[in-house]
Ligand binder design. Sequence first.
Ligand code: NDP
Ligand code: OXD
Length: 309
Amino acid sequence: MNILFCCTGAKAEPWVAGLRAAFPAESVEDWAPGAPAADYAVVWTPPQQFLEEQPQLKALFNIGAGVDALLKLKLPPQALVVRLDDAGMSVQMAEYVSHAVIRHFREFDGYEADILGGKWSYRKPHLRADFPVGVMGLGVLGERVARTLTQFDFPVKGWSRSPKTIEGVQCFSGEAGMADFLAASRVLVCLLPLTPDTTNIMNRDTLSRLQPGAYVINVARGAHLVDEDLIALLDSGHIAGATLDVFRTEPLPAEHAFWKHPKINITPHTSARTLREETIAQIAGKIRAVQSGTPIASLAGVVDRNKGY
Ligand code: NDP
Ligand code: OXD
């Protein structure tokens, strides 16, 4: 068996060493043009040249949950595309989103400013009932986030493509359920995959449907959000603030308004990081499963190329 590693932006050495440790009897190499034909590839935004040189691949293992960038490339038609299934990301996402919700709800930024100004003062506590949190996307990450938020007693709403039942979460689904979902939410968390159906999904129309004093948390992809529409609604006061981890262009260009907007908190696409050990263990387990003939349908994280996630 021959495995190639081809991940733009990742340091290859520790990954290749980890994969070799998982498959000591097999060939594992960092890809270079002209490399021999491989059975499996471990990838993140590989160059098109890599795919053109490796048309025989049986499977591509993406070292992230989102496959939007990978699916833009011309992929070998027979190759399975497998994304990360949690691999330590859902707990990170739950802590990031909970932190953002609680920071806003408890006005911790305001307290910090007061303390820095030497001011000892109290703010009136808000009612949780007035801060329903809507989670768009109830997959591996969204469901964990929604369940976690119920532990803090926020009313939690969820929206997905197919109907779901999650204890403590009022679930809506499909295009028909979207307007009710938005009207029931004040805080909006985006955990959708980026597909043609979800691109620009947070726009002036949808964001205007949120309850007044809304708060937006985007931890999925920058292209889910129409940047100018968010800024217009922040300026109008309909939206009170936003926490954004992902952007249309990353790194966020120096001149972008999000850097300095007083109602926006940004982080550099770090809400749920790929953890190397968990990721290698998960991919190695799946390669062994495929090699031993386990039915593909029983593997978690196999991407449906037609759906785009
Ligand atoms: P999943 O595929 O497990 O979940 C996707 C969810 O979105 C599913 O509930 C799905 O519905 C729903 N969905 C998809 N399309 C639609 C639609 N058109 N309308 C309504 N609901 C829809 O993905 P993950 O939870 O693993 O990851 C979600 C995304 O998070 C990734 O695609 C990635 O972009 C982003 N991400 C960001 C990270 C960061 O650091 N910022 C880290 C990791 C991921 P259904 O259940 O019915 O299929
Ligand atoms: C992912 C990401 O998709 O890190 O895994 O954004």
